[in-house]
Design a protein around this ligand. Sequence first.
Ligand code: ADP
Ligand code: MG
Length: 686
Amino acid sequence: MNEIVTQSLESLRGVGPKLAERLRNYGISSVEDLLFHLPLRYQDRTKLTPIGALQDGTEVVIEGEIALVSVSGGGRRRSLLIKLQDGTGIATLRFFHFSMAQKNALQKGDRLRCFGSVRRGAQQAEMIHPEYSRSFGNSENEDSLTPIYPSTEGISQGQWRKLTDQALLILAKNPPTELLPKRKNDYGLSSALRFLHRPPPGADLQALRDGSHPAQLRLALEELTAHQLSMRELRAKSRERAAPILEDRQGLTKRFIEALPFTPTDAQHRVIKEITTDLATAKPMLRLVQGDVGSGKTIVAAAAALLAIASGYQVAVMAPTELLAEQHRRNFANWFSDLNITQMWLAGSVKGQKREQALAAIANGEASLVIGTHALFQEGVQFARLGLVIVDEQHRFGVHQRLALSEKTTGESRAHQLIMTATPIPRTLSMVAYADLDCSIIDELPPGRQPVGTVLIDNQRRDEVIERVAHACRDGRQVYWVCTLIEDSDTLQAQAAESSYAELADALDGIAVALVHGRMKAKEKDAVMSAFKAGEYQLLVATTVIEVGVDVPNATLMIIENPERLGLAQLHQLRGRVGRGSAASHCVLLYQSPLGQQSRARLQVMRESNDGFYIAEEDLRQRGPGEVLGTRQTGLMEFRVARLPEHEHLLDEVQNIAEELQVSQPQAVQPLIRRWAGDRQAFANV
Ligand code: ADP
Ligand code: MG
């Protein structure tokens, strides 16, 4: 804002070193931060509600005369009951914890003013443990709604109010510079802040709850604009350095595509073309490829890799798990077998002499294609001429990891980056979280794919489901049986899978059943997967380790145990393991009843749709951005005011304003970013 508002907290009345320390734990280290610490919700103590008009579930102030004081029940269930009347009706105040002194101080005929939430009792409306004080008929109503601040411990609501009172005074005396272009009938920054800290009587509580109040929208607009600008700066910065020009003079890509057993879809062609154009310029590419499960992202990656290799540069392909990296390794080795390309494998499990050899081949440039896990980007890995980095399943990485990747280059130039997502990301989210990237979408599935028919079946009908598995296997099809657990524990998951494995192997006579879980060694997992792919097993019992990437076109049935424990994106990923060939495929969501309302709603979405983009939107609505991006822990999407998807409708305007500012008020850009960024991860901190 300006220097005054960034003054230190200790300058406020009542703030000593101890409270200042506690505030810092909330990320508050200046008056400005305090102003941005907005209430979570509000109470309305600005008006009295007649007792006769009390409504269930509301939080209100009532006032009346005590008609009766009594104690009911005995022992632990004893409670103090007070009947309060105001001429419009009678309400019961109920206290489970009370002292005799408290009881004796309340006499018939006294007037009380109470605040609490109302619920319907047997005969009358009740308030349980209301706040109360004596009233003499002339009590003042509060002149604003009462803010309730996010507070876990150490700071009381009273303290928050005193602190923000002072901060608001300072704000009023030192109005901040308005950095957003003026819109008509709009709140300014300070009026919006003031409103949200102290909404006047009659303010629209419902709108405030939904985040749709104009004052909230004003702040969200500014915050999202600041975020957008920080991403743009990052983007500009990451394109400052030159990147190698990659062109396929040897025609490798063409040879590769012609040798494929299928024709790429129009969407695949289009995306390959977008990448080709990017790579042919001397600016580092930063491109995100989104495509639904099974849309064929891997050949797009392979085509890009060939462009770099044909130009004499190295390519690094990184996947999140060894299983998936392995699969890429095998695919690429297979596709490139006639092209005379030296491929190297580097994962955590590669140790000792093997690792030394790999590192040497990477460092002297002999290896032109290096595939592996994040081990690729550890200390000690030096590339001779890295031209392109391909990251699969990128949603697990944040902005900062992306930066670190492109730093991993030699000399002055930067490597191009191609990022592929496992699951489609709602447009809203990619506009915000990936604003530093260009985006390509593969919006078409290979021909002949059929939607996976999905049914919900109660685990009580497990026997029927096992019968169905037997049927499919006898028809020459292959089946996945996936075990899930809430706990993120490999050991427990493995146990669950082992017991289902034992049960199924026992029930399914003459059917070859295999087991794969996260506790097995990479080699063992790989052996099982390969054997399954080769058709040596008909049924694969697995934990969610098979979630990503695994490709077995002959598998046409998937059973997911306890699907209610998983998020939509993960279910969609899992289900994407079937329906990869041309035969009709099915997925059984074998749930444990009783099923909660939310879980049911989630599973219904899976039944209704096979469209990853639609499912992702639903996931965002149901679970919020942190979960969907898998970045809840990193705080990537923590905004102060802005909420997604609620404020999605602001995003087009945000783009416009950001552009307008960059062009006509570039001096406002840095202050705006600084005002909102603080030390938060949501911003790229450029
Ligand atoms: P994802 O986008 O989920 O990573 P993959 O790249 O693993 O998908 O591709 C899924 C399957 O579809 C693979 O077996 C792949 O060989 C096949 N495939 C990819 N493109 C096509 C195409 N144009 N026509 C037919 N099959 C294709
Ligand atoms: Mg894939």
